[in-house]
Design a protein around this ligand. Structure first.
Ligand code: ZN
Length: 417
């Protein structure tokens, strides 16, 4: 027997209208969006979210980490809440789909349930998390809500810490208030997020929906290759201790090593900083920004050992010293099996093709997964493009993803997790 409400669908025209309204906020000349966290355009998008929710008859609320929520009470008074969400902030000059799709989809799901007057086993809440992209502090909103935020994260605010504190103050918030956003996990039934894939696996496999199994762990390091500054004209090639060569050789070797020994994992040298950095001076030092990702904790460890050994070997080859600073480390997050199966059922109800896959990008879902069952649904990304104005997901794929979100939410709300 088909589950109740399995014929319910979103309103595709309303969804598209809403999506385009939002995309116009902070729009760039090349049709991307520029909505860094706490910028004027980001705040405007959040205002829009509230106005939109209120005009749809939803309750709205804001917490002490500036997470914005629209609430539909459709359970009994003591029911837990199922969160559906993503983020309205963007990377600087990013695309219109990253984060925005999930928030518009969540709103559309609440509207659909509301106008059908459904009574469910949970309340539904559409949530827009603060600073997912980490303009200041990555996953700030979901970290605060889930109780994982620590003073150390705030100390290390990227960009300017002073500006971060000013932005909080403008909203009547402070570092201390952020910790008050913590919610009791028992009050939450789960968390669901629809997001664009930001890669091209769905496209290549011609599959309509991705069900995320794991979100990769990420480790980052700063490597300092230290040599000796010398005259670029008078120092023979075989007498140099050129730090730049160590860094360059390492960047190429890191790629070969990961391709050969750790297929599926990725490694990136995102920046190399030479000092003193002149045409006519042999580089004395080269500082390398190194990041690598894998969905398997054991492999992450093995990649780290192999890469650091490689860096040491390159340093020795060019007669350099090597210093290593460990920076961030996040563990791979496995998402709830039961939620994954429920998303698959939703796809079957909707007659959509699906596949299970890991996510190479970080998402609020990995933070929420620490305190409640969490699920992440991917819609295909044209050309795999993301974090650029080239980001595109067809209206049909956006609609399909939103219907999967709706049907998954209904199944979870009716049957429990
Ligand atoms: Zn995102």
């Amino acid at each position: 027997m088909a589950p109740p409400n399995s014929t319910l669908r979103i309103d595709p025209h309303r969804f598209q209208r809403t999506f385009e309204e939002l995309a116009a906020i902070g729009t760039t000349l090349d049709s991307g969006v520029h909505r860094p966290a706490f910028s004027a355009s980001h705040q405007q998008a959040r205002q829009w979210f509230f106005q939109h929710a209120v005009s749809a008859g939803l309750e709205v609320g804001i917490d002490r980490a500036s997470n914005h929520s629209a609430l539909l009470r459709c359970g009994s008074p003591w029911s837990p809440t199922l969160l559906l969400g993503s983020h309205l902030d963007s990377v600087p000059y990013g695309g219109r789909f990253d984060g925005a799709l999930g928030v518009v989809a969540a709103l559309e799901c609440l509207k659909t349930v509301s106008e059908n007057h459904l009574v469910l086993g949970t309340h539904l809440e559409a949530i827009d998390f603060t600073d997912e992209e980490g303009y200041f502090v990555g996953f700030l909103g979901s970290m605060a809500l889930s109780g994982q935020l620590e003073a150390e994260h705030l100390q290390n605010a990227r960009g300017a810490r002073k500006l971060f504190l000013e932005k909080l103050a403008e909203l009547g918030l402070s570092e201390e208030t952020l910790f008050l956003a913590r919610r009791d996990p028992a009050s939450l039934a789960g968390y669901l997020e629809l997001h664009i894939e930001q890669g091209r696996r769905l496209l290549d496999q011609e599959v309509q929906i991705g069900i995320v199994t794991t979100i990769v762990g990420i480790r980052s390091f700063r490597l300092h290759f230290l040599g000796r500054a010398d005259h670029a004209g008078t120092t023979p090639m075989d007498r140099r201790r050129d730090a730049g060569l160590g860094a360059s050789a390492f960047a190429l070797a890191a790629r070969d090593l990961v391709l050969r020994d750790f297929p599926g994992a990725v490694v990136t040298v995102g920046n190399v900083d030479y000092a003193p950095g002149a045409f006519n001076v042999v580089p004395e030092s080269a500082t390398v920004s190194l990041e690598f990702r894998s969905d398997d904790p054991g492999r992450l460890e093995a990649i780290e050992s192999a890469l650091l050994a490689q860096a040491a070997a390159e340093a020795e080859r060019f007669d350099l010293q090597l210093e290593v600073d460990g920076l961030d480390s996040t563990a791979p997050t496995r998402l709830d099996k039961g939620v994954q199966e429920t998303i698959a059922r939703a796809c079957e109800i909707l007659d959509l093709t699906y596949t299970f896959l890991p996510s190479g990008a970080g998402h609020d879902a990995q933070i929420m997964a620490q305190i409640c069952p969490a699920g992440l649904i991917f819609a295909p990304s044209a050309d795999g493009a993301s974090h650029s104005a080239r980001e595109f997901t067809s209206p049909e794929d956006c609609r399909n993803g939103t219907n999967v979100l709706l049907q998954t939410a209904l199944l979870l709300a009716e049957e429990g997790i």
